[in-house]
Design a protein around this ligand. Structure first.
Ligand code: NAI
Length: 333
């Protein structure tokens, strides 16, 4: 058996963590033979609830779990972690402006970036889930200067999975038969779900999704809108935000980052922009990435960008530049 790894989940008493922790603990993400220590961080008023989560982990009797560290102390929580799921953040409350949410949450990620810098392994892989995820990840990376920026990412995998599943349903095939959809940009309603480079396997032969659906108005209209607003639709129906699917997506993101993507396949991940595809550098932008075993990712290069795609990429990049400006000034306060 390999040496145990240390995995932190922040916001560990919350609803996404409740689904995520079980996946981690039973080996779905880091492998069925990978023992681990679970580090669970939440805020002091949630320590009672967290105690209950720890009881449940114990009662699951999972052999891969070598220990659980449940705490509100950042120094204890981030000590020597190999992988970080940064879920904990303040949810949007009624009447709250986007800027108020940004203000409350970027400060959390500034502080936790500093803790990663001080206490985590320098090789730690950081996945930010808490919203506004892209800009939180940017701030987290900024305040952890001793850890390479490429070790930070934000989650757009839920949007990617939503797009893939919607196309599979439309085409009447299994989800695994649809590949290489792309979410570009921000995890927000400006994101661009793009099928121009996606393929589908129908009756054993591979086709482009655009040809198989052959309805440009749908693919550039209702489909894009549906993916962009799916989170709101789940909230409207469930009266709570996506949790099971968000936890599954977080597991998918980290598993692909840990083990690599299959040859010829790419996934969507918000990573630090290097200026690829004419996107401003130094924002956390969701790109198609391919990942080597062991975790080195590359932004997939050379995909043709249509005029429509260019417009969509520019809109979402513009929003991220604005968020970055606001976040930087808020962190200086
Ligand atoms: P939740 O409200 O059930 O749980 C959040 C937890 O974070 C709470 O237990 C809270 O006490 C904790 N928390 C708050 N401040 C903290 C801090 N400073 N340190 C540690 N923990 C802290 O929320 P839920 O449903 O689990 O969602 C968590 C976040 O994930 C939200 O920001 C939500 O918007 C975001 N989200 C992101 C998605 C994505 O695709 N990127 C998808 C779905 C949700």
């Amino acid at each position: 058996m390999p040496e145990p790894i240390r995995v932190i989940v922040t916001g560990a008493a919350g609803q996404i963590a409740y689904s995520l922790i079980y996946q981690l603990a039973k080996g779905d993400v880091f492998g069925a033979d990978q023992p681990l220590y679970l580090h669970l961080l939440d805020i002091p008023p949630m320590m009672g609830v967290l105690e209950g989560v720890v009881m449940e982990i114990t009662d699951c009797a999972l052999p891969l779990v070598k220990g659980v560290v449940a705490t509100a102390d950042l120094a204890v929580a981030f000590k020597d972690v190999d992988a970080a799921f940064m879920v904990g953040s303040m949810p949007r409350k009624q009447g709250m402006e986007r800027k108020d949410l940004l203000s409350a949450n970027v400060k959390i990620f500034k502080e936790q970036g500093e803790a990663l810098d001080k206490y985590a392994k320098k090789t730690v892989k950081v996945l930010v889930v808490g919203n506004p995820a892209n800009t939180n990840a940017l701030m987290c990376a900024k305040y952890a200067p001793s850890i390479p920026k490429k070790n930070f990412s934000a989650m757009t995998r839920l949007d990617h999975n939503r797009a893939q599943a919607a196309l599979a349903q439309k085409l009447g095939v299994g989800v695994a038969d649809v590949q290489n959809v792309i979410i570009w940009g921000n995890h927000s309603s400006t994101q661009f779900p793009d099928v121009a480079h996606a393929s589908v396997l129908i009756n054993g032969s591979k086709k482009s999704v655009s040809d198989a659906i052959n309805d440009k108005d749908y693919l550039q209209g209702d489909f894009v809108k549906m993916v962009q607003t799916r989170g709101a639709a789940v909230i409207a129906a469930r009266k709570m935000s996506s949790a099971m699917s968000a936890a599954k997506a977080a597991g998918d993101h980290m598993k692909d980052w840990w083990f690599g993507t299959a040859p010829g396949q790419h996934v969507s991940m918000a990573v630090i922009s290097d200026g690829s595809y004419g996107v401003a550098a130094d924002i956390m932008f969701s790109f198609p990435v391919s990942i080597k075993p062991g975790g080195e990712y590359q932004i997939v290069q050379g995909l043709p960008v249509s005029d429509f795609a260019r417009k969509m990429l520019d809109i979402t990049a513009e929003e991220l530049l604005e968020e970055k400006k606001d976040a930087l000034s808020l962190c200086q306060d």
